[in-house]
Write a protein that binds this ligand. Structure first.
Ligand code: CTP
Length: 404
């Protein structure tokens, strides 16, 4: 089963000619959804500029353990190491590999490595003879023994003109290898997933509407995570203030429940699975006014009519093999109501949100949910970031999917 993807990458850049590829590596990591903090060794400055790396990572680049200007400022390596989900040293020079193996600590990168409790990867890059050197190999073996994982080096033409092993793995391939090493192959890869997100707006007149407090954060976190796992995501969203530019996500913007229903009906038949995370309005004004209602209008009551239940429609039209996941937002008798929805709407999984939990629900960056399947006990998750909740939901979805 998949585990957490590397959201926060601490990238250590050391002094080797392959450091000229570091900005491209940062770009590839950011494109893959990571936040990247670059830490350089002093020697790396001879090969690539901090300005280039700071620009592509959108964060200041750090080199020194402490400022040498008498200010007493220092870079907190413990905090940096704890911040990271994964540390990648690329390129990893023979010198840095040796110091890592020996537990030495004369720069910030090494201090971060010694403090890191997250998975650590190194992408060695050096010339052929250096790579073959018994001391370098012994250092690498010692690091591997302690759980450090290596990516590359590759065979090919080296900066010296020699041909052989020693080239740093190319940035795109490095990111791919990092993801594969951390998540393993995903059953969502190559699948098409329909996802509803955000809330809907139901017109009262051309300027007023009935809406709800949904911000779309949970749905967009699901879209990002599914795309990271290789799914093609058909995201149908109500009006939200969120952007996504990740490859693999195709976005359809809608306003009302009726528009969302029409988009979903067109897309669902060609999808392998659907997740309905949208907060769809259950009622809409029966007769929205064509012109703006004036303040003086004697508006004593608003006649409402029910909207179509999109998820129920998908449940009724589900074909063999299609998976359907719904959300349930409850305030009382939560489990019972959520189980009722699972059966009534012909779902495979319900994500139960309780408005009674602190830090859960609309607008928060965190959420606390319970996953309710057909044949399993409810799985109550702790308070997690919405990105982590998305990972856990998709882990459960993958467990329900047949092997490709
Ligand atoms: N949903 C939908 N279309 C609607 C209403 C809801 O697709 N018109 C979906 C939501 O996206 C969510 C699930 O149905 O996945 C649960 O919605 P909710 O409004 O909580 O439940 P209802 O079935 O409407 O029942 P109740 O209002 O009685 O709780």
């Amino acid at each position: 089963m998949a585990t957490a993807l590397p959201r926060k990458v601490l990238l250590g850049v050391t002094g080797g000619i392959a450091a000229y590829k570091a900005p491209a590596l940062v770009r590839a990591l950011v494109k893959a959804g990571a936040e990247v903090q670059v830490v350089m060794t002093p020697a790396a400055h001879d090969f690539v500029t901090p300005l280039a790396l700071a620009t592509v990572s959108r964060r200041p680049v750090l080199t020194d353990l402490f400022a040498r200007d008498g200010s007493g400022r220092w870079n907190d390596h413990v905090h940096l190491a704890r911040w990271a989900d994964v540390m990648l040293v690329a390129p990893a020079s023979a010198n840095t590999l040796g110091k890592m193996a020996r537990g030495l600590c004369d720069n910030l990168l090494l201090a971060c490595y010694l403090s890191a409790e997250c998975p650590v990867f190194v992408a060695p890059a050096m010339d052929l003879e250096m790579w073959r050197d018994a001391g370098v190999q012994a250092n690498l073996a010692a690091l591997k023994e302690r759980g450090v994982r290596t990516i590359g080096p590759e065979r090919g033409e080296l900066a010296s003109g020699l041909v052989g092993e020693g080239r740093m793995t190319e940035p795109e391939a490095l990111v791919e290898a990092l993801q594969q090493a951390l998540i393993g192959p995903s059953k969502l890869a190559g699948r098409t997933m329909l996802l509803t997100a955000g809330g809907t707006q139901e017109a009262i007149d051309p300027v007023r509407y009935i809406g709800n407090r949904s911000t779309g954060k949970m749905g967009f976190a699901l879209a990002e995570e599914a795309a990271l796992r290789g799914a093609r995501v058909e995201l149908v969203t109500g009006p939200v203030a969120l952007l996504t530019d990740r490859a693999g996500i195709h976005r359809t913007d809608v306003v009302s429940a009726a528009e969302m229903a029409a988009a979903c009906k067109a897309l669902f038949p060609t999808c392998d699975l659907a997740i309905a995370s949208a907060a769809v309005a259950d009622w809409r004004p029966a007769n929205p006014a064509a012109a703006k209602l004036k303040k003086g209008t004697a508006l004593e009551a608003l006649t409402l009519e029910p909207t179509e239940d999109i998820l129920a429609w998908m449940g009724a039209h589900k074909q063999g093999g299609q998976l359907l996941v719904g959300f349930a937002l409850e305030t009382d008798n939560e489990l019972e109501h959520a189980r009722g929805k699972l059966m009534r709407k012909n779902l495979d999984l319900v994500v139960l949100n309780s408005l009674r939990d602190d830090g859960a629900g609309f607008g928060h960056d965190t959420n606390r949910v319970t996953l309710i399947g057909r044949d399993t006990d409810p799985e109550a998750l702790p308070l997690l970031s919405k990105a982590q909740v998305a990972q856990r939901i998709l882990d459960r979805v993958e467990a329900l999917m047949p092997h490709a």
